[in-house]
Design a protein around this ligand. Sequence first.
Ligand SMILES: Nc1ncnc2c1ncn2[C@@H]1O[C@H](COP(=O)(O)OP(=O)(O)OP(=O)(O)O)[C@@H](O)[C@H]1O
Ligand SMILES: [Mg+2]
Length: 235
Amino acid sequence: MLLEIRNLSVWYGKALALEDVSLSIGAGEFVAVLGPNGAGKSTLLKAISRMQPSSGVLEFRGASLQGVPAHAVVGQGICHCPEGRRLFPELTVLKNLMLGAYLRRDAAVVAADLDRVYGLFPILKERAPQVVGTLSGGQQQMVAIGRALMGKPALLLLDEPSVGIAHRLKIEIFDAIKRIQKSGTAILMAEQDAQSALRIADRAYVLEHGRIGREGTSAELGADDYIRQAYLGVA
Ligand SMILES: Nc1ncnc2c1ncn2[C@@H]1O[C@H](COP(=O)(O)OP(=O)(O)OP(=O)(O)O)[C@@H](O)[C@H]1O
Ligand SMILES: [Mg+2]
């Protein structure tokens, strides 16, 4: 397994936000985490990238991440595209993208990765010198995903990449995410839009009140009566 999580718990003060969560991701796999507002999706991704302390087993490529500081996680091959994008609006598209490669010294490969990001999102090449604050929400999301890719992740964590984005751009973004997986990058994507997520992910976990309620392949969950009623709007 690329990522192995067992009995992971996270407390915010006296509030338990994740309780005994177990989950795994194989190399190159695309896994979605579904669940309503406040379920703990972002908390789970933050625990993996060590932005949030947790208890339990958290292993990447067979070695524990517990004790690895957040700033060292990128160097291990995990890049986090956070909720709300967290870009630098006053910097250009190019500068924001290059910030994702700040740890890297391999200039030629960085240039090739920049070309790969431009291949996924051609509009970003056009807008390279433009300051990010003037882009649309969907374009900013493309920058955020592109920046995470510039860290050359083996595992890409995506936190609600489609939230607040117009339908057409949303389709384009999900399509690009699928292509990222096909090029060999494993993906863990938190997403409230269960229908879109199950269309592109291999498997999914459903998080409710900090616990994994259901899990299965996208086909299994798409056929599950409870999932259909609670998440897919099918009566
Ligand atoms: N920094 C924090 N301090 C205290 N409580 C927090 C903090 N961050 C999150 N929480 C609480 O932990 C729970 C899980 O929050 P989290 O952000 O992980 O949910 P989520 O599934 O990502 O929701 P959303 O879909 O709205 O983004 C919520 O009850 C939230 O209020
Ligand atoms: Mg969230």
